[in-house]
Ligand binder design. Structure first.
Ligand code: NAP
Length: 312
């Protein structure tokens, strides 16, 4: 018997027909509201909110298989109360996202965006000893807020660039410390000591807005802020002001609080490298993310436990 499932239409090219065997798929277009109906599974992108109303409109739903490791687009309490499973796509995107984090670190430290703009503008007049001077990485300190899968993968790349690693986390990571010589510090020290601060915690009530005006004021004036986690971690208004006033060195961002809207003041701020949420955007990783989400659906619909549950 085929089972009716909703899958984000943007995933259609990333999935093989064999992965969809036995499923009666309704492809859900980007701007289309989540429909009502007897669907037993939904595979949403992180841009789709799945809350109490959506869950109420899908009374037969058994699983929300999110195509992301983060799941702040799903009302977990509402899902759990209705007995709906929630899954995410951890691990497969760790290395791709860590690579993109390093792309942002290098791009901000060495002022790539300004260099590209200068060349394209036709105003480049040739080599100059003081042109676009950036930050030398060797000997500096990389601070990680959150040392889970992606935070650690970013940290593991740091010794190759001669960076010392410090991190703030809820729990000690002895193996990580041993491997990269990292030191655990509290949030205040992390903010004060980091030459580059990279965010890798999820958005929770505790971490939302954690990089606010007060936190920014504790950072070095030359520091670089990198965010490939979630936009809600940063108060974007105070960040724009800090960049405008030279109170922060640079910012490399892949994620924003209200995507795809970016506050005009942040868009116009100096020393930024702004990317369109492409942390996990490699061919291999995006196929694996889509594949895991659908495998979670197939497992649950055939009575097996999900592969990557958010809660058990
Ligand atoms: P993860 O393995 O769960 O790591 C998150 C870490 O954050 C955990 O180690 C956890 O600490 C720590 N943490 C949670 N709350 C904290 C707090 N208040 N203070 C300090 N540490 C705290 O997740 P991941 O796979 O690394 O993913 C991290 C984030 O990256 C996700 O939330 C996701 O939204 C984002 N992401 C973005 C992209 C993109 O496209 N830009 C791609 C992939 C992922 P403990 O270990 O102590 O529990």
């Amino acid at each position: 018997m085929t089972q009716r499932v909703l899958i984000a239409a943007e995933l259609s090219n990333l999935l093989e027909p064999s992965q969809l065997a036995g499923l009666d798929v309704t492809w859900l277009a980007a701007g289309e509201p989540t429909p009502k109906g007897d669907f037993v599974a939904i595979v949403p992108l992180l841009s789709r909110w799945v809350g109490g109303t959506e869950l109420k409109n899908l009374p037969n739903l058994r699983i929300v298989a999110n195509v992301a490791v983060g799941y702040n687009n799903i009302d977990l309490v509402a899902a759990e109360m209705r007995g709906v499973l929630v899954t995410n796509t951890p691990n497969v995107l760790t290395e791709a996202t860590a690579d993109l984090t390093w792309a942002l670190i290098l791009a901000t430290a060495r002022r790539l965006a300004e260099g590209i703009d200068l060349v394209r503008s036709g105003r480049w007049t040739g080599w100059h000893p003081e042109q676009l001077l950036g930050m030398e990485l060797r000997g500096r300190t990389l601070g990680l807020l959150g040392a889970g899968r992606i935070g650690q993968a970013v940290g593991k790349r740091a010794p190759a660039f001669g960076l010392r690693v410090i991190y703030a986390a809820r729990t000690q990571k002895p193996e990580f410390e041993q491997l990269v010589g990292a030191t655990r510090v509290d949030l205040k020290q992390l903010l004060a000591d980091s030459d580059i601060l990279s965010l890798h915690v999820p958005v929770t009530p505790e971490t939302k807005g954690i990089i606010n005006a007060d936190a920014l004021a504790l950072m070095k004036r030359s520091a670089i802020l990198i965010n490939t986690s979630r936009g809600d971690l940063i108060r974007e208004g105070p960040l724009a002001v800090a960049l405008e006033e030279g109170l922060l060195g640079a910012a490399g961002l892949d994620v924003y609080a209200d995507e795809p809207t970016i506050p005009p003041r942040l868009l116009a701020a100096p020393r930024t490298v702004l990317l369109p949420h492409i942390g996990s955007a490699t061919e291999e990783t995006r196929r694996k993310m889509a594949g895991i989400a659908v495998s979670n659906v197939q497992a649950v619909l055939s009575g097996k436990p999900p592969l990557t549950p958010v809660y058990s």
